[in-house]
Design a protein around this ligand. Structure first.
Ligand SMILES: *Cc1c(COP(=O)(O)O)cnc(C)c1O
Length: 341
């Protein structure tokens, strides 16, 4: 009764290998829901790849990759803040590298945790975290273990921007340059330009780079013949045509959701989008479950672990027990089962 992720393990690893070969200094990123594969599986995979360092998003994720057996360095990508107790608790762990993105935070660490290992983050055009170029002159890492400069570029990674930031940082204090989101060509150019040590943090391209190597499926749990006017569901809606209600595994707990309308052009579209659920729209919201050649319609919004679909006509095209393909957004889906085929 599960939402499953089916992985062609050999093919999945072939993509990982090709990314690893194209990016010397790779740091696999294992954060959040583990890009659908789970943090534990990614930590084990990084060990299998024989990498020396893994990146997690937040301090709380360090214990998860450790429990999965990862024993080498872990860099925490989200920058440290004095009010982050979990991150502060890791400052004296020799295997953890903390990202620092404000001068006052750097000063606090120099004074209170003089042996912490740190990366100093520079502000990119993302404008998320990091020191501005003007602030670099004020960087004093004292007795901290300085691991280098972190540069988080937007996904359309700009080489020129990376070069300017990296050069400014390295000119002030020598160290490795840790980047994100450069393509292989630009990364190679940056390495040549800098000459020093570079690290490349990659998640999406590494784990999800070849979507043909994994697929999600739900199971048909129940099937009911219904006629026009039959009431059903939490919303006590009525079906508008004769057909079938199919109950399939996969609901809100897994991250299965109603799709937002792509473009809200007319006032009517906007009204429909804001209405909680329009009963006269039953059977008209496209679900991510494919039955036959088409995406089936939701009969009503997804439930916690299952979804009700409406299949018009005399033949539902599926039976109880069938597995049906589901289009899932990997970074927001929690699967019940991972099948490493
Ligand atoms: C998440 C993250 C990455 C990895 O991004 P992907 O697009 O998944 O490769 C790299 N760097 C930083 C700072 C991040 O937060």
């Amino acid at each position: 009764m599960t939402l499953a992720l089916n992985i062609d393990t050999r093919a999945w690893r072939a993509n990982i290998k090709s990314v690893q070969d194209s990016f010397p200094g790779l740091v696999p990123v294992a954060k959040g829901n583990g890009y659908g594969f789970g943090l534990e599986a990614l930590a084990r995979e990084a060990a299998r790849m024989n990498e020396d360092c893994i990146a997690v998003g937040i301090a709380e994720e360090v214990a998860v990759v450790r429990a999965a057996g990862w024993s080498r360095d872990v860099v925490v990508l989200n920058p440290w803040r004095p009010f982050d107790a979990a991150a502060t608790a890791l400052l004296e762990e020799p295997g953890v590298i903390t990202t620092v993105s404000r001068l006052e935070d750097l000063d606090a660490l120099v004074r209170q945790y003089p042996r912490a290992r740190v990366l100093v983050e520079l502000r990119t055009s993302m404008n998320r975290h990091g020191l501005t170029l003007e602030e670099v002159v004020a960087v004093d890492t004292g007795t901290l273990g300085f691991e280098g400069w972190a540069i988080h570029l937007p996904p359309t990674g700009a080489l020129a921007e990376a070069q300017t930031l990296a050069s400014t940082g390295v000119a002030h204090q020598r160290g490795a340059v840790w980047v994100s989101h450069l393509d292989a060509t630009h990364y190679a150019k940056l390495r040549t330009h800098l000459g020093g040590s570079t690290r490349m943090r990659i998640g999406t391209k590494l784990w999800m780079g070849d979507a043909s190597t994994y697929s999600a499926t739900g199971s048909v749990l129940d099937l009911h013949r219904v006629s026009r006017g039959t009431r059903f569901g939490y919303h006590n809606g009525k079906v508008t045509r004769d057909g079938w209600l199919a109950v399939v595994s996969g609901g809100t707990a897994h991250g299965i959701a109603l799709a937002a309308p792509k473009k809200l052009k007319s006032l009517r579209d906007r009204v429909n989008a804001t209405a909680e659920w329009a009963l006269d729209e039953v059977g008209r919201q496209v679900s991510p479950f494919r039955i036959g050649k088409k995406k089936a319609s939701f009969a009503e919004p997804p439930h916690m672990h299952a979804s009700m679909l409406f299949l018009p006509g005399a033949d539902p095209g599926v039976q109880v027990g069938d597995e049906v393909p589901v289009t899932c957004r990997m970074t927001t889906t929690t699967f019940d089962e991972l099948r490493w085929n």
